[in-house]
Design a protein around this ligand. Structure first.
Ligand code: FAD
Length: 117
């Protein structure tokens, strides 16, 4: 079964947008619990990613490059790096991770940390 490459690519684009925006909104100085929550989210995100082949591939990337959850900048840099690992394997252009800064804007006000619930 060949699957549907268009649907797979669309899912990927939407998911990466969401994934990088989560990192862009993670606290600069997270608590130990917030860092643990992000780590747990990344692990579940990998396990539940709807494309099985992608999920399996992403697991090997996370095994090689463990999630960095000690701050917003380290989480954003890590996510950029692992996305580039996927890009490499798909022979896509690499993203310049030094430009990740304000690239992912949630459109929400910079009021409270998202993990304050
Ligand atoms: P995408 O890679 O979807 O990127 C979207 C946009 O994000 C780009 O246009 C660019 O503006 C920006 N961007 C690009 N690189 C980065 C970066 N490093 N950091 C931040 N922003 C960046 N597809 C498969 O065929 N096989 C797989 O095994 C596979 N595994 C995947 C695993 C995961 C976890 C995810 C989320 C997706 C996976 N995909 C896989 C889908 C694939 O990564 C792409 O999303 C899809 O091919 C569409 O690619 P695209 O060229 O539109 O850009």
């Amino acid at each position: 079964h060949l699957g549907n490459e268009t649907a797979k690519a669309e899912l990927g684009r939407a998911t990466w947008k969401y994934f990088h925006t989560v990192m862009a909104r993670f606290p600069d100085k997270p608590t130990v619990e917030e860092s643990a929550t992000l780590l747990s989210f990344i692990q579940l995100f990998q396990r539940l990613y709807p494309c099985g082949e992608c999920s399996e591939h992403f697991r090997t990337i996370i095994d090689e490059f463990p999630p960095q959850t000690s701050s917003r900048s380290s989480a954003a840099a890590w996510a950029c790096h692992v996305h580039n690992e996927v890009n490499k394997s798909l022979k896509k252009e690499l993203f310049d991770c030094s430009k990740i800064g304000d690239f992912y804007d949630c459109g929400c006000a910079e009021d409270a940390a998202v993990t304050d619930v």
